[in-house]
Design a protein around this ligand. Sequence first.
Ligand code: KMH
Ligand code: ZN
Length: 273
Amino acid sequence: MQKLIITAALTGAEVTRAQQPALPISPDEIAQAAHECAKAGACIVHVHARHADGSATQDQEIYRQIIAAIQKRCNVIVQVSTGGAVGMTASERLAPVSLRPEMATLSMGSVNFGDDVFMNHPADMASFLQAMQAQGVKPELEIFDTGMLSTASRWLKKGLLKGPQHFDFVLGIPGGMAGTPAALLYLVSQLPAESTWTVAGIGAAQLPLGTLAIELGGHVRVGFEDNIYYHKGELATSNAQLVARMARISLELGRALATPDEARVMLGMPSRH
Ligand code: KMH
Ligand code: ZN
């Protein structure tokens, strides 16, 4: 089995300080959290920017500061969000990609998102992919429901996507696919050949789906974007605490952890530029 790649989704666009007092918000706090997660075993950090007041933003300058602050501290792979927050325009969401981060997310379709709709028009998705390809940014394909995986397969057949792809199954969003083992097993059964995949279980699904992914040969995403608790009713003290638990489980199950450089090779990415 491949070594395990742990992604830490540090901040997200929705969680507030009121809900999770340890949520990193400023570029320095995000970089500090990234460094702690890297020390705990994470190879990728999925980042969202926030204004100082905590509101979500895709401001390029804030992303630039976040990326620089992380790279000053550690060698972790920085993956920027192009999902941003519900309601943002496509051009707003795409802004951090021109900074040429190593990776960026690419949502593969629209989905109800709690009481909102997370819109991803096919034309916008295609233009996001084109921008990533032009800038040498590795996309991580975000799958919230089965039709999105079919879209990715179609894009592979058409040659829009080329070579082995890395997928993130985001399971348990109200409106998306459920955070259950059966849902994960189905998605894995539908993956195009040679794909790599990770799972982001939302809320209480984070721990069981992460553990299942370790057993199945997939990879794992944890962090405050998806889950703010360590146990039911007990807030996690940091993103790194959630990473460390996954790292421990993986090692207990006999699966070694990838370093960021090993993850770059596994994901077909160039060494750090
Ligand atoms: N905040 C969500 C609406 C991504 O980062 O690419 C979208 C999201 C996905 O978080
Ligand atoms: Zn995100």
